[in-house]
Design a protein around this ligand. Sequence first.
Ligand code: SF4
Ligand code: SF4
Length: 392
Amino acid sequence: MAQCAIKPDVEFVRELQETGGESLKKCYQCATCSVACPLSPENAPYPRKEMVWASWGLKDKLMGDADLWLCHNCGNCSDLCPRGAKPADMMSAARNVIYRDLVEPTCVGKLMSSPSGLPVLFAVPALLWLVVWAIRASIVGAWFPRTADGRIVFGQIFYGDYTIDPIFMLTFFGALFLIGRGAVKLWKSFKPEGKLAVIGKQKCWLWHLWDVLWDEVITHKKFSDCEAGPDTGKTRYNRQFGHLLLVYSFCILAFVTAVVAGGHWIGKVWPVVSIETPMPLTFPVKLLANLGALMLLAGLAVLTVRRFLQDKENHGSSWHDWYFLGIIWAVALTGVLSQCFRLADCVTLAFMVYYLHLVFVWMLFAYLPWTKLGHFVYRTVALVYVRMYGRS
Ligand code: SF4
Ligand code: SF4
């Protein structure tokens, strides 16, 4: 009989338990969860095997497991688990532990993994933008300046050309670079279970990527598949609508940012396309920006209420869940409020809230590889990977 030696990583089990998988040891491996999961394929079921690996401390097995990233955390498996082992929470905890160390510098991942790291994560951009503010205030001659005609223009302090644009460009593309490295590392770490032979002509990975983006982003179809899962006897709060609002609002706001930045920079050589900020409220780009902001707030409200209403007995919310919701709330509220204070002519409050807005936007971009947005990228990588092995 073939034998295999198992080297349990006790420290990994402890980390999983501390990160939200505290009930994993209750599992008695009945496999109800794998049957209950609406996304789990018949020939490669999850999350039972992940529960076994987690319980035995098989970190390497979990790290090479693409299925871990396919879970949508709908909680059907936890609702139907007869032991209250909360497999959905364990899957989430395992992902959080893995992407904490996936991307360099891992010290940021460690800071991101608990509330105790938040002061440092906040202090970095707070100091950065305070230095920018102090330098510009000394040049302009006031911390809360007005233009010659009495208007409040944030660009007087946070000047786009030399502060906002270069700082955010560097931060955003730096985060994209890191997340790209993380995605490549994750892809290389995946090990298919058993021996796989893919026969026949294969679709190019780009087509698989398009299919994944259609199902996961454009239509959020997988969320409906989750909702259509087995009757668990529990109230289900649909996540598709809230997520779609969030995704489409991000797209609108990214488009508006690109148009304003393009208008600003291209306008220097081709004045006809120049866009001056602050834009009038009735300007089409401004209308679109405000529509995006309202959709963002609505999506956040739906997802936050759902998280509060969900059954606490079977579903936990990890620090990562709350961090991501919290930072988007902070970005949205400070963005809307800074505009309101500017329009209400409250110069001190307008500048202070706008400063906080810049701090939170920086946090959103810079820490992206360790947040749930990073998870979205890693899940896309895993989905493309399994589709290339013939799974859907
Ligand atoms: S997690 Fe629950 S449902 Fe899944 S195998 Fe363990 S005891 Fe069974
Ligand atoms: S949380 Fe939902 S998608 Fe994830 S394993 Fe459980 S049933 Fe499947």
